[in-house]
Design a protein. Structure first.
Length: 381
């Protein structure tokens, strides 16, 4: 049996590490993924946490063994019958460093070879330090680490437990988040994406947001303006222009995309050590736009459902006509379609929890049960 070893500190593991492990696993019958214990170095995650995150992040790779070691790397290799140490190199500095280590290792034990794997260009600028720094500033890290690691970083650095709340229009998502804030018994913040959009349309007066609004007006017409000097936007008039027009809706998403996420990051930075309820009807996209924002909440989602009659009744109370109601409903996935999309995403990413909650006629006891599930799934873990 051919054996190799890949050593790392994994504080935390990222996609660059995982890519190297995957490539090594194709070359050898067994790959030892070994985490060094260094008592003189300060880590964000302890050794047990780092090992567990590696196991979760590499569960799809079957011919690896994850363990910790103390002392010299070459000693671990000899003791475990390993004669190849795999190293990943991102740049010239990495190469020189590994070359020096190779020379030192050769001076200690003979018969151990080093295999250099050049970093995949997608990950050559990714490091554990960069990922931690990005999370500290609430930058997006889902392209650099698996969701299990992203969730662990959010909890450790910012004290965030982010839970998506989604469902069709008129299902009562806002009511659910309000009741949960009263029931959970822990600091809980609601971030409603509809409210973020409204802030961009009517409240944010900085030059950047002013330009975003002017771009929207240039695309959809002056009749959506409610204040010419500050270029504030009437969301109801704009809504009538887009809900029956898939192309227009996609254009609006693109115009709002960057501004929306800037505002979202601002909300996260202002609220630490809390549960974040992320209220977003389009968390899994819709029938018009195939985007997916479930990574924001690490696929941890409460899917709110209600009966069609209750849904229509709530939407009529918003002064929508039957035609307007059908236009809005027809752009969205059904509850069954949403549930399948969420489950498929959880399976694809190997991470997440789905709770379905029927909000047709809800008692306080049911809210307390939901709050207990949230504490169990997402606070104490």
């Amino acid at each position: 049996m051919s054996k190799a070893m890949f050593a790392l500190s994994a504080d935390p593991i990222h996609f660059g590490h995982i890519n190297t492990i995957e490539r090594a696993a194709k070359l050898f019958d067994q790959v030892h993924v070994a985490v060094g214990i260094n008592e003189t170095k300060k880590y964000l995650f302890n050794i047990y946490e780092r090992l567990e995150l590696i196991r979760q992040a590499t569960s799809h790779i079957k011919n690896i063994e994850v363990s910790a070691f103390e002392g010299l790397l070459v000693d671990y290799a000899v003791l475990n019958g390993i004669n190849v140490i795999v190293k990943s190199v991102r740049n010239q500095e990495d190469y020189q460093y590994e070359k020096n280590l190779y020379s030192v290792g050769k001076s200690q034990v003979s018969g151990i070879e080093t295999l250099i794997l050049f970093s995949d260009p997608r990950y050559e600028n990714v490091s554990s330090s960069v990922v931690k720094a990005l999370e500290q500033l609430k930058g997006f890290i889902h392209e650099f680490v698996p969701l299990c690691v992203k969730q662990a970083l959010e909890k450790r650095i910012s004290g965030h437990r982010i839970i998506g709340v989604t469902g069709g229009i008129g299902c009562g998502k806002s009511y659910i988040t309000k009741k949960l804030r009263e029931t959970i018994g822990l600091k809980t913040i609601n971030i409603d994406f509809d409210n973020l959009v409204h802030e961009i349309y009517t409240q944010r007066l900085q030059p950047y947001y002013n330009q975003v609004r002017r771009n929207i007006v240039a695309e959809f017409g002056d009749d959506i303006i409610i204040h010419a000097d500050m270029c504030l936007i009437d969301s109801h008039i704009l809504g009538e222009k887009i809900f029956h027009n898939p192309e227009a809706m996609n254009k609006l998403y693109k115009l709002l995309d960057e501004a929306l996420f800037m505002l979202y990051r601002e909300k996260l930075q202002k609220n630490k050590d809390c549960i974040i309820l992320l209220n977003c009807a389009y968390l899994l996209g819709n029938k018009i736009s195939n985007f997916n924002l479930s990574y924001l909440c690490n696929n941890n989602i409460i899917l709110v459902e209600t009966s069609p009659s209750e849904q229509h009744e709530r939407l009529r109370s918003r002064s929508l006509t039957d035609t307007q109601i059908e236009e809005r409903i027809n752009t969205q996935f059904t509850s069954g379609e949403l549930q399948k999309r969420i489950q498929d995403q959880i399976k694809k990413d190997g991470h997440g929890e789905l709770i379905t909650f029927n909000n047709t006629r809800t008692s306080d006891d049911e809210f307390h049960t939901l709050a207990e599930l949230i504490r169990r799934y997402w606070w104490w873990k």
